[in-house]
Each structure stands twice: as structure tokens, then as C-alpha cells.
Design a protein around this ligand. Sequence first.
Ligand code: SF4
Ligand SMILES: [Zn+2]
Length: 317
Amino acid sequence: MPPSPPDGPAIDDAWVLARRGSRNVVDPLRPYACLVEPEFMPDGSVEDVATVLITNKECPFRCLMCDLWKNTTLQRTPTGAVAEQVRWALPRVAPARHIKLYNAGSFFDGLAVPREELPQVADLLSSFETVIVESHPNLINRRCVEFSERLRPRLEVAMGLETVDPEVLPRLNKRMALADFERATTFLVDHGIGVRAFILLRTPFQGESQGVTWATRSIEYAFSIGVECCVVIPTRAGNGAMEALASEGLFSPPTLQSLETVVEHGLSLGGGRVFSDLWDIQQLATCSRCSLARVQRLTGMNLTQQVDSAVSCVCDG
Ligand code: SF4
Ligand SMILES: [Zn+2]
């Protein structure tokens, strides 16, 4: 039975799917985006990191907040398509020495990235120093280790921890318990694979201050179990389900101030790197006086991993 909270709908795959809009037209032989951005590295340097957004079959999970399905296919990814996309992208992201192969799902889902392709993809990445892929914790297994052993670069796996809020995590329809995340993290770390955690700021069913509290607790938890890097993602609408919750007063996006507070706290822990996800951050720019300064501050903290001086504004309230 899906969770049936008193203050919201019973959320399951069918509920999420019924609220989806249309997906974008994508080419299974081309990534749907490539970009290069600077990132603070574990050794304290700032280096260019390429991100290649691989086009593939959509994720089998139906997380409440996810909109990544928009740029995926309904059909199984053809064998050879991922290697072809990587081959196409490499000259376009050179000379970056670190690469994220993000695939709107799990890199170790054989329907998204055909298993027989993994050695070929690993070999294409031999000139990099770091390769970062993403996966649902429940798809972490021996195949990750085999891929890591085939890779010359160091492997890092990014996984959605989302929130440690015990009331909310089951309601995200992610089919993951904290024990699953911890087991996957321990397994990866024990095999010399780095772990990056995605943490949501202000999930559905959380107020603003609750959102800050649970995001900071999520960072603390992540570092305590061996995660090396936390990425704080302001929860966004855009997939139909989130708009439906917003219309019932069950979801509102967080403020830029809350994002700053969570990142400040995360950095103060000294447990590892803490980044704010600034994609589409202008959606949170509600104050014309200070939003630009706050985004610049968050950008600076991403690149220095130091808490920068605070922005004050009449909107601080
Ligand atoms: S596991 Fe990740 S990609 Fe899959 S539905 Fe959940 S958030 Fe989206
Ligand atoms: Zn302001």
C-alpha cells in the first residue's frame, strides 16, 4: 500500500504518472546537453568538470519530485548508443579532466546503459582523472565495482539521499530507506569509490524552517556515513506532480536565504565538500534588491568552500 498521510494524497507510481505532461523529443544517439563548469576539487584546486547529459531509457522509479524523465526515451537504450554519445561529446568538452556522465536515472540500470557497453564506455574515458555517474542506491552492486576496476580514472557515484526526514522520505515514492542509502555508500566506499549525495532543500510536506532543519540534518547524516560531497538542491516544481501538491498548499519552493543557511551549516561541519545546485536558480530570485548578490555568494561558496560574508536586505524580515 502506498503511504496515505492525513494531510495529502496517497502517492504511488500511478498518482505521479497521471500528473505528467509531455516529454521532449530526444535523439538516442546524442546527449541532450554538454557543458563545462568549474568545481572545487577534493585537493583544494578548482578545475573544469564536464557534464554530459546522456540520453537513454527513462528511470524505472517514479520519484515524486523528479522531472528528469522529460529528456528520456520510452524504449530500451540501443546497444552502442551510450558509447556513441560519449564519443561525440568528448571533443566538445575537452580539455576538462573530470567528467560527469549523468543519465536521468541510474548508470547501472541495464535498460538505460546496456551492460555490454560498460567496458567500452570505461575505455573511452581513460584520459580523465575523475568520472562521476549517478545511480539509485538500490542499483549499487558488484557491477559498479567491475566498472570502477575497468576505469583508469577514479570513480565517484552520485546518489539521491533526498532527505532524512522520516515522515517525508517514504512519501517521495523513491522506494528507498535510509538503510539502503547507507548500505550502498558503505559498499562503494569499501571499494574505493567516492560518493556524492543529492540532498533536497524543502521537500513537499515541509515548511521553510523544517526544510532547512532536515536539509542540514541530511548533510550531517551523509558525512557521518562516508559521503564525501553533498549537493543541496532547492526542490523545484516542473513535473506536474509538484504543481498538484503546490495547488493544495503541500509544496512551496525554498528561499535563497534558506539555501545559504544550509550551505553555511554544511561547510561549517568540515566533513567534505558542500555545493548548492544553482541550475535555474533565478526561479528563487524573489527579491530584486538582493537575489543577484545571494546567487553570487552561493557561487563563490561553491568555488571556495568557505563561508562568505552574509548579504543583508530589507527582505530578511
Ligand atoms: S531515482 Fe532519480 S532519476 Fe529515477 S525517478 Fe528518482 S530522482 Fe528521478
Ligand atoms: Zn532582498
